[in-house]
Design a protein around this ligand. Structure first.
Ligand code: XIL
Length: 356
């Protein structure tokens, strides 16, 4: 696949040296990052890209900090799986997004098997959140404190936490996370909240719930698991992000991948490139969008084929480590917004400068 002349012209640095985190930081973002997982770290070529801080300035453990690893039995804590990625990030001085403290999925089975009342679930939840967040105190740039707490219509998701505690559980989780790690940015993280609509309104309600309780919430994570050709437009993504930042919180794209219907061909790969450019481009246009994380960068390690039948090739690198056209779509988004575009020479001759 070779570059179109328009794309080549839009890229300021030679593509060979254009690397994502470097470009994101140059454009004023904190990081361009990726999720990774422990089983992936034996692949030397993969690891050399993962640990290249010009490419990725931030890591998220895709699984190792989830409840099933952290507290597999009531009161028994085990941080080893999560530490593999947190230690790797520390070694290379990459930022760490810690994921996650409370989620209905990948819970340890004992949590749902127990019959709870308000008092003992509150105590157990406080203990879990405090123990986990304090274990990584000082190491997490951000914590996804609660993950996926909403239904598609914006109402609260029924799970063991909500069914017993109602919306109190959000407050409990954010309160304990703040107590445990005062330096970490505390996020609510979800999918299908990347364009305006009822679910995005639900996420705003959560932000206000925490704020109105006098507690701290610093950001909303937009997972952004998109489908090629169905990605929300840049205007939708920007106005949605602004809906959150208007409440006084940051936003971040936390799990970006854009799956295509297999097989990949020139057409769907070109559309994927446009869709990546659109999504990263939206973050570039919103000052309080702090950074972008892709949900892994190498097709064989993507969660997509295992979960969405018939879909795949959702990341930036093919099986043979060549780059998708979408890599250049990301480069284009990161590069186009670094400076104001030069004014055409005709305009420079005006006696009064145009106010833009
Ligand atoms: C996924 C992981 O990538 C998979 O390895 C695992 O089997 C299931 O979870 N939303 C989230 C992530 O917040 O934690 C999920 O990660 C993907 C969807």
């Amino acid at each position: 696949m070779h570059l179109s002349s328009t794309l080549a012209a839009a890229v300021a640095l030679p593509l060979a040296s254009a690397q994502l985190n470097q470009l994101a930081q140059k454009a004023g973002k904190l990081y361009f990052g990726t999720a990774t997982d422990t089983g992936e770290l034996t692949n030397a070529e993969y690891v050399s890209i993962l640990t290249n801080t010009k490419e990725f300035g931030q890591l998220t453990p895709a699984n190792g900090m989830k409840w099933q690893f952290i507290e597999p039995e009531n009161g028994v804590f085990n941080f080893t799986e999560g530490e593999i990625v947190s230690n790797l990030a520390a070694k290379d001085k990459q930022l760490l997004r810690c994921h996650n403290l409370v989620w209905h999925s990948q819970l340890a089975p004992w949590v749902t098997a127990t019959t709870w009342d308000k008092a003992n679930l509150t105590a157990m939840l406080r203990e879990h959140v405090y123990r986990e967040a304090s274990h990584w105190r000082g190491q997490c740039y951000a914590w996804d404190v609660v993950n996926e707490g909403l239904n598609e219509d914006g109402t609260y998701r029924s799970d063991v936490f909500y069914d017993t505690l109602g919306d109190e559980y959000f407050k409990i989780a954010f309160e304990e996370a703040a107590r445990a790690d005062p330096g970490a940015k505390l996020y609510y993280n979800d999918y299908n909240i990347e364009s305006p609509g009822p679910k995005s309104e639900g996420a705003k309600r959560i932000v206000r719930l925490i704020q109105d309780a006098g507690l701290r919430i610093d950001g909303v994570g937009l997972q952004s698991h998109f489908i090629v050709g169905e990605t929300p437009t840049i205007d939708q993504q920007i106005s949605n992000m602004r809906g959150f930042t208007d409440l006084g919180v940051d936003v971040a794209i936390t799990e970006l991948d854009i799956r295509l219907q297999l097989p990949a061909d020139a057409e769907n790969l070109a559309q994927q490139s446009v869709d990546y450019r659109t999504s990263v481009g939206a973050c570039m246009q919103v000052k309080r969008c702090v950074g972008v994380t892709v949900w892994d960068f190498y097709d064989p390690f993507s969660w997509v084929p295992g979960v969405f039948a018939g879909f795949g090739d959702a990341t930036l690198y093919f099986d043979n480590f060549t780059k998708h056209p979408a890599y250049n779509g990301v480069v284009e988004a990161l590069t186009n917004n670094t400076k104001c575009k030069p004014r055409p020479s005709k305009m420079l001759k005006r006696s009064k400068p145009l106010i833009v």
